[in-house]
Design a protein around this ligand. Sequence first.
Ligand code: PEP
Ligand code: MN
Length: 404
Amino acid sequence: MTHFPPLDGLLAGRLEAVFRKPAAQQPVWPDPDRAREAVAALSRAEPIVAPEETARLARRLAAVARGEAFLLQGGDCAETFAGGTEAHQRGNLRTLTGMAAVLVQRAGLPVVRVARMAGQYAKPRSQAVDALGLPVYRGDMVNSAESTPAARTPDPGRMLRAHACAARTMGLVRAFCPGGAAGSEIYVSHEALLLDYERTQLRVDTSGPEPRLSSGLGHFLWIGERTRRLDGAHLAFAELLSNPIGVKIGPSTTPEQAVEYVRRLDPHGEPGRVTLVSRMGHTRVRDVLPPIVEKVTASGSQVIWQCDPMHGNTYVSANGYKTRHLRQIVDEVAGFFEVHRRLGTHPGGLHVEMTGDDVTECLGGAPAVAEECLPARYETACDPRLNARQAMGLACSVAEMVAA
Ligand code: PEP
Ligand code: MN
């Protein structure tokens, strides 16, 4: 596939090679010609973010990696087209900003704010079909959550809608948080999952130690737990990008794998280029994380250690809701801090799924959401989010840990 704007020989060849590697979690488009047309149209569309902004985030993240700042990242598990109202987006930004303010005031460390926003429309799934035998919902960028065969058929035109929604959302982020002072910046991030979307909007960037591609689709991109295989397309793609990169690491991650992610993604030893996002579960973090941190530290690389206390603590409640308990979420963060304090490394960040809406998706908090409350406002398109009160409660707990 030709790329727009054209890439130089070496990068073009390496990008082509990425797409020959196995890629997990991709939809099978029913009409490949329409998918190619959508990718071509996306390549000609406008970028969501500017390379200069992404480069500025990279500098902020270098400070996090050096232990001088904290990275706070959060937002919906899955953004949706219908849910992307101004009220919803403003609520999420307000909650993220509120959490950051608590951390700044009580922990006295600058906070780099990164929203899961303006591109978080594709979801990895554990199963290919749902309980009704329909193809699973893979995020609004791919298909619709509605339970009909037609709605679940992947539609490449949705990538264009996702891009338009992302552009509108980014406009709102800029209006809400005009740049300038470092304290008011908000960056956007999403999981780099759907490669037909991610392969568009790439610009050659020669500002770093080697020519790379700056993705205009988000400032910070991460590779998920289900697509982090070392011989896969997602890792090879991330290697080519100049954007800061996260890798989610679950409890099956070996120290050797973690070192290999860092070696591949950060061959030049740039502090903060790689964020390792541990999501081990509250019962495992204290055992599984230390050998990983030790081995990566010994390799000499200055990564950001970020805790995602959500994805390892998901379970189904007695009344049938996919949920998470705030107590276990706080416990995973506590375990993460214990490990880093003991090893002398910087517990540099938090990655959460939350919203400003008063939803009842996660349990606990004050006043507590109890199991029987879950049906009242269970609105997520994918994983359960903290509501604003729960998110602020978590920020207070984390601020104490940072300050300790
Ligand atoms: C997510 O962040 O929504 C997600 C799917 O995470 P993970 O890849 O860690 O499971
Ligand atoms: Mn999720």
